[in-house]
Ligand binder design. Structure first.
Ligand SMILES: [Zn+2]
Length: 332
């Protein structure tokens, strides 16, 4: 859903409305003004409400060092006047960024969001500043340099003008990289062994700490799940389904084994006997009752499983297909 402000601003400046969160976080108004690609969004940055302004220019055309452009934006009396401010806040000037082809400016607010008209005025000032120091991208392809062939696209976090030939070629590169990754040999044996090694070490640590401090830390179970999954993927040499699946039972086994170790230590102390395999085998039949007599056993296993599942979000394949979203103004 595009924010109302972004929609109104798009209307004001004849820009397109980009509903998804790219290239800025949150829906934005995007397009090209006089050949300079721009995107503006009303969104959040580190929990702070903000209007983000992205202004692109031709790479390599900046006449001053990027730092100087940044300082000009931060110190411009006109820009501050448009914001009705004496100066930028610390957070705003920290976030303000100028690169070899980009200026990124944030207008933070607490209660009343800057109106689309005010944002449009600020954008014009930023554009004026950039125009004085760098060339427009125009509709050239920024990848191959093809004159007049580029069409504005949002790709990941970037806003670039790129021709259809380059888009096709990049898509083909991504497809080949994915294929090459899929064809990489995996080592399930090493992956399982690495996961099992971490599981055993974690079980000993979990039981030992619980026994020493007479206390369990549920987030530690979560960390065990994470550590096991990371070890499995490292050992495998790649992220695949087998590794994702095997991490979960290994984590459950590790937490249960840790609790069993804790129980053995406690029994050994109670009976005043050394902890031996014989003692452990005598204790084993009572473990289920010990573990699940109250809720703590279930809860610690649950946290471990959450940790292992959490890695499913973290363990992403390193190759992803780039998605090109055309920035096109639709008639409304
Ligand atoms: Zn091209």
């Amino acid at each position: 859903m595009a924010s109302n402000q972004a929609r109104q601003l798009a209307e004001l400046l004849s820009l397109a409305v980009v509903p998804s969160g790219r290239p800025l976080h949150g829906s934005c108004a995007a397009g090209a003004i006089d050949g300079y690609p721009v995107a503006i969004s009303w969104g959040k940055r580190l929990k702070q409400s903000t209007v983000a302004f992205l202004v692109r220019f031709r790479k390599g055309s900046l006449k001053v060092p990027a730092g100087a452009l940044r300082d000009q934006a931060a110190g411009s009396a006109e820009i501050l006047r448009a914001m009705e401010r004496k100066k930028l806040s610390g957070a705003e000037s920290k976030a303000l960024l100028a690169g070899p082809d980009t200026l990124l400016f944030y207008w933070d607010y607490s209660f009343r969001a800057p109106k689309p008209e005010a944002a449009a005025a600020l954008l014009r000032l930023l554009l004026g500043l950039v125009r004085g120091q760098a060339l427009a991208v125009q509709n050239d392809c920024e990848v191959c340099g093809g004159r007049g062939l580029g069409e504005l696209h949002s790709v990941g976090q970037a806003l670039i003008s790129v021709c259809s030939g380059c888009r096709e070629r990049m898509g083909e590169e991504d497809r080949r990289a994915t294929e090459a990754y899929d064809a990489l040999p995996a080592n399930p044996l090493l992956g399982t062994a690495a996961g099992a090694g971490v599981a055993i070490a974690a079980a000993l640590a979990w039981g030992g700490v619980a026994y020493t401090l007479q206390k369990i830390f549920l987030y530690a179970a979560f960390m065990i799940g994470l550590a096991i999954a990371v070890a499995v993927h490292k050992g495998m040499g790649k992220v695949n389904l087998y590794g994702k699946v095997i991490a979960v039972p290994l984590t459950v086994a590790s937490v249960l084994a840790g609790d069993f170790f804790f129980m053995c230590l406690s029994v050994a102390k109670e009976l005043n006997e050394p902890l031996t395999l014989d003692l452990a085998s005598r204790a084993l039949p009572h473990f289920i009752q010990f573990e699940f007599s109250d809720s703590s056993g279930y809860v610690s296993v649950l946290f471990g499983v959450l940790g292992a599942l959490g890695t499913l979000l973290v363990a992403k394949r390193p190759v992803q297909k780039r998605v090109f979203i055309p920035i096109v103004r639709t008639a409304s």
